[in-house]
Ligand binder design. Structure first.
Ligand SMILES: Cc1cc2nc3c(=O)[nH]c(=O)nc-3n(C[C@H](O)[C@H](O)[C@H](O)COP(=O)(O)O)c2cc1C
Length: 191
Protein backbone atom coordinates (compact mmCIF):
# COMPACT_ATOMS: atom_id res chain seq x y z
CA UNK A 1 0.00 0.00 0.00
CA UNK A 2 1.29 3.44 -0.87
CA UNK A 3 0.60 5.93 1.86
CA UNK A 4 -0.12 9.52 1.08
CA UNK A 5 2.81 11.60 2.15
CA UNK A 6 2.08 15.23 1.95
CA UNK A 7 4.66 17.91 2.28
CA UNK A 8 4.59 19.49 5.68
CA UNK A 9 6.37 22.20 7.56
CA UNK A 10 9.39 20.51 9.07
CA UNK A 11 8.26 21.24 12.56
CA UNK A 12 4.61 21.69 11.88
CA UNK A 13 4.08 25.20 13.16
CA UNK A 14 1.03 26.85 11.71
CA UNK A 15 -0.34 29.59 13.86
CA UNK A 16 0.17 32.03 16.65
CA UNK A 17 3.34 30.46 17.87
CA UNK A 18 3.82 32.66 20.86
CA UNK A 19 7.49 32.25 21.50
CA UNK A 20 8.28 28.69 20.61
CA UNK A 21 11.50 29.66 22.30
CA UNK A 22 12.57 28.94 25.81
CA UNK A 23 9.78 30.60 27.75
CA UNK A 24 9.09 28.43 30.74
CA UNK A 25 5.60 27.01 30.60
CA UNK A 26 3.43 28.15 33.46
CA UNK A 27 0.78 25.95 34.99
CA UNK A 28 0.23 22.25 34.79
CA UNK A 29 1.00 20.02 31.86
CA UNK A 30 -1.10 17.10 30.63
CA UNK A 31 0.08 14.47 28.19
CA UNK A 32 -2.92 13.24 26.19
CA UNK A 33 -2.21 10.77 23.42
CA UNK A 34 -3.63 8.18 21.07
CA UNK A 35 -1.64 5.14 19.99
CA UNK A 36 -2.93 2.13 18.13
CA UNK A 37 0.15 -0.04 17.62
CA UNK A 38 2.26 1.15 20.55
CA UNK A 39 4.76 3.57 19.04
CA UNK A 40 3.17 6.80 20.28
CA UNK A 41 2.58 5.04 23.60
CA UNK A 42 6.34 4.52 24.01
CA UNK A 43 6.98 8.12 23.00
CA UNK A 44 4.43 9.40 25.53
CA UNK A 45 5.94 7.37 28.33
CA UNK A 46 9.42 8.77 27.70
CA UNK A 47 7.92 12.27 27.83
CA UNK A 48 6.18 11.40 31.08
CA UNK A 49 9.41 10.07 32.59
CA UNK A 50 11.21 13.28 31.66
CA UNK A 51 8.50 15.75 32.61
CA UNK A 52 6.56 14.08 35.42
CA UNK A 53 3.38 15.39 33.77
CA UNK A 54 -0.01 13.75 34.18
CA UNK A 55 -0.84 11.36 31.37
CA UNK A 56 -4.04 10.22 29.69
CA UNK A 57 -4.44 7.69 26.89
CA UNK A 58 -7.16 8.48 24.37
CA UNK A 59 -8.95 5.30 23.28
CA UNK A 60 -11.91 4.64 21.04
CA UNK A 61 -14.87 3.12 22.86
CA UNK A 62 -15.36 0.53 20.15
CA UNK A 63 -11.87 -0.80 19.52
CA UNK A 64 -10.43 -0.79 16.03
CA UNK A 65 -10.23 -4.19 14.37
CA UNK A 66 -6.47 -4.49 14.45
CA UNK A 67 -3.62 -3.50 16.71
CA UNK A 68 -1.11 -3.74 13.87
CA UNK A 69 -0.82 -1.91 10.54
CA UNK A 70 -3.33 -4.24 8.87
CA UNK A 71 -5.47 -3.55 5.80
CA UNK A 72 -8.62 -3.56 7.87
CA UNK A 73 -7.22 -0.79 10.05
CA UNK A 74 -6.19 1.32 7.06
CA UNK A 75 -9.73 0.96 5.71
CA UNK A 76 -11.43 1.82 9.01
CA UNK A 77 -9.26 4.86 9.51
CA UNK A 78 -9.79 6.08 5.97
CA UNK A 79 -13.57 5.78 6.30
CA UNK A 80 -13.48 7.74 9.55
CA UNK A 81 -11.33 10.41 8.02
CA UNK A 82 -13.59 10.81 5.00
CA UNK A 83 -16.60 11.11 7.30
CA UNK A 84 -14.91 13.42 9.79
CA UNK A 85 -16.02 10.87 12.36
CA UNK A 86 -16.23 11.73 16.04
CA UNK A 87 -16.30 8.30 17.72
CA UNK A 88 -17.12 7.91 21.40
CA UNK A 89 -14.13 7.44 23.63
CA UNK A 90 -13.61 4.60 26.07
CA UNK A 91 -12.96 7.09 28.85
CA UNK A 92 -12.77 10.81 29.37
CA UNK A 93 -10.50 12.80 31.65
CA UNK A 94 -13.15 12.88 34.37
CA UNK A 95 -13.14 9.08 34.47
CA UNK A 96 -9.45 9.22 35.33
CA UNK A 97 -9.99 11.87 38.02
CA UNK A 98 -8.50 14.58 35.80
CA UNK A 99 -9.95 17.99 34.97
CA UNK A 100 -9.05 19.80 31.76
CA UNK A 101 -9.36 23.15 33.56
CA UNK A 102 -6.31 22.30 35.66
CA UNK A 103 -4.01 22.28 32.65
CA UNK A 104 -2.53 25.15 30.68
CA UNK A 105 -0.44 23.01 28.37
CA UNK A 106 -1.47 19.84 26.56
CA UNK A 107 1.24 17.65 25.09
CA UNK A 108 -0.89 16.07 22.40
CA UNK A 109 0.38 12.78 20.97
CA UNK A 110 -0.94 10.76 18.05
CA UNK A 111 0.06 8.62 15.14
CA UNK A 112 -0.13 10.05 11.64
CA UNK A 113 -3.08 8.34 9.96
CA UNK A 114 -3.63 9.14 6.32
CA UNK A 115 -1.66 12.34 6.89
CA UNK A 116 -4.17 13.49 9.49
CA UNK A 117 -5.14 12.88 13.09
CA UNK A 118 -6.87 9.65 14.11
CA UNK A 119 -10.59 10.21 14.72
CA UNK A 120 -10.39 9.60 18.50
CA UNK A 121 -8.06 12.61 18.73
CA UNK A 122 -10.72 14.67 16.98
CA UNK A 123 -13.25 13.38 19.54
CA UNK A 124 -10.97 14.39 22.39
CA UNK A 125 -10.33 17.89 21.07
CA UNK A 126 -14.03 18.48 20.36
CA UNK A 127 -15.06 17.28 23.81
CA UNK A 128 -13.11 19.97 25.67
CA UNK A 129 -12.74 23.70 25.49
CA UNK A 130 -9.12 24.20 24.51
CA UNK A 131 -9.39 28.00 24.32
CA UNK A 132 -6.35 29.71 25.74
CA UNK A 133 -4.42 26.50 26.20
CA UNK A 134 -1.06 25.74 24.67
CA UNK A 135 -0.89 22.57 22.60
CA UNK A 136 2.46 20.92 21.95
CA UNK A 137 2.06 18.10 19.43
CA UNK A 138 4.11 14.94 19.15
CA UNK A 139 3.64 12.32 16.51
CA UNK A 140 4.81 8.87 15.46
CA UNK A 141 4.65 8.20 11.73
CA UNK A 142 6.01 6.14 8.88
CA UNK A 143 7.72 8.91 6.95
CA UNK A 144 5.01 11.52 6.39
CA UNK A 145 6.14 13.66 9.32
CA UNK A 146 3.24 15.72 10.72
CA UNK A 147 1.37 15.62 7.42
CA UNK A 148 -1.75 17.77 7.72
CA UNK A 149 -2.16 16.98 11.40
CA UNK A 150 -1.14 20.38 12.72
CA UNK A 151 -3.70 22.20 10.61
CA UNK A 152 -6.31 19.61 11.64
CA UNK A 153 -5.57 20.37 15.31
CA UNK A 154 -5.56 24.12 14.65
CA UNK A 155 -8.98 23.96 13.00
CA UNK A 156 -10.41 22.13 16.00
CA UNK A 157 -8.69 24.45 18.50
CA UNK A 158 -8.75 27.88 16.88
CA UNK A 159 -8.14 29.71 20.15
CA UNK A 160 -5.18 27.65 21.29
CA UNK A 161 -1.52 28.33 20.80
CA UNK A 162 0.26 25.52 19.01
CA UNK A 163 3.93 25.21 19.76
CA UNK A 164 6.76 23.38 18.09
CA UNK A 165 6.08 19.68 17.73
CA UNK A 166 8.33 16.65 17.53
CA UNK A 167 7.82 13.72 15.18
CA UNK A 168 9.51 10.32 15.20
CA UNK A 169 9.58 7.59 12.63
CA UNK A 170 7.77 4.62 14.16
CA UNK A 171 9.54 4.02 17.50
CA UNK A 172 12.92 5.56 16.72
CA UNK A 173 12.91 7.83 19.74
CA UNK A 174 16.02 9.78 20.62
CA UNK A 175 16.10 10.74 24.28
CA UNK A 176 18.39 13.74 23.73
CA UNK A 177 16.14 15.06 20.98
CA UNK A 178 13.05 14.63 23.15
CA UNK A 179 14.72 16.31 26.11
CA UNK A 180 15.91 19.26 23.99
CA UNK A 181 12.43 19.65 22.51
CA UNK A 182 10.82 19.67 25.97
CA UNK A 183 13.33 22.30 27.09
CA UNK A 184 12.74 24.44 24.00
CA UNK A 185 9.03 24.41 24.77
CA UNK A 186 9.60 25.26 28.43
CA UNK A 187 8.20 21.95 29.69
CA UNK A 188 11.40 20.99 31.51
CA UNK A 189 14.42 23.00 32.50
CA UNK A 190 18.11 22.21 32.30
CA UNK A 191 21.18 22.81 30.21
C1 LIG B 1 -4.50 3.64 9.20
C2 LIG B 1 -3.08 4.04 9.11
C3 LIG B 1 -2.72 5.12 8.32
C4 LIG B 1 -1.40 5.57 8.29
N1 LIG B 1 -1.10 6.65 7.52
C5 LIG B 1 0.17 7.13 7.54
C6 LIG B 1 0.50 8.28 6.78
O1 LIG B 1 -0.31 8.89 6.08
N2 LIG B 1 1.80 8.74 6.84
C7 LIG B 1 2.74 8.11 7.60
O2 LIG B 1 3.87 8.57 7.62
N3 LIG B 1 2.45 7.01 8.33
C8 LIG B 1 1.19 6.50 8.32
N4 LIG B 1 0.88 5.38 9.04
C9 LIG B 1 1.93 4.76 9.86
C10 LIG B 1 1.79 5.14 11.34
O3 LIG B 1 1.78 6.56 11.51
C11 LIG B 1 2.94 4.55 12.16
O4 LIG B 1 2.90 3.14 12.03
C12 LIG B 1 2.92 4.98 13.60
O5 LIG B 1 4.16 4.62 14.17
C13 LIG B 1 1.80 4.32 14.38
O6 LIG B 1 1.82 4.80 15.71
P1 LIG B 1 1.17 3.97 16.92
O7 LIG B 1 2.00 2.72 17.08
O8 LIG B 1 1.28 4.87 18.08
O9 LIG B 1 -0.24 3.64 16.55
C14 LIG B 1 -0.41 4.90 9.06
C15 LIG B 1 -0.78 3.78 9.81
C16 LIG B 1 -2.09 3.35 9.84
C17 LIG B 1 -2.46 2.16 10.67
Amino acid sequence: MRLVRSASPAQGEVKSISGASANQTSGKVLIAYFSQTGNTDGFAKIIQDMSGADIFRIERKEPYSASSNAQVLYAEALTEQRENAVPDLKAYLEDAGLNIDDYDTILLGYCNWWASIPAPVRSFLMHYDMSGKTIVPFCSMGGGRFGQTISAVAKLCPSSTIKKGLDVTYASYDNDEISNWLKANGIITGN
